[in-house]
Design a binder for this molecule. Sequence first.
Ligand SMILES: [Zn+2]
Length: 117
Amino acid sequence: MAYCQQCGTQVTDPNNRCPTCGWVPPAPVQLRRTEGGAIASLVLGIIGLTMCPFIPSIIAIILGSQAKQRLVADPTLDGEAFARVGVILGWIGVALFGGGLLLVMTTSAFSYLGPWR
Ligand SMILES: [Zn+2]
């Protein structure tokens, strides 16, 4: 049985409202769940930049974009910042990989065709 924390009256009201002073216990804090795909996107974005290039970056962009859509659809989900950073890191990873690949290709082409040889 619940008792009013304000005045000690026994509360029988289904809404836990105190019949004497009208005190209502605070609603339990709703825990916001963190969107799993947003975390995965962030982790893969970091992996794509540090350990293994390109493929984790691509997956980070995909997972982050999907997580953003789920976050928009469900306001109780948290992790929008994770998803945003994951997608950004993913694009950086892709850009670095693409840029590096281009650099290797052009330098090898120039060293092959270069007039200084
Ligand atoms: Zn009371």
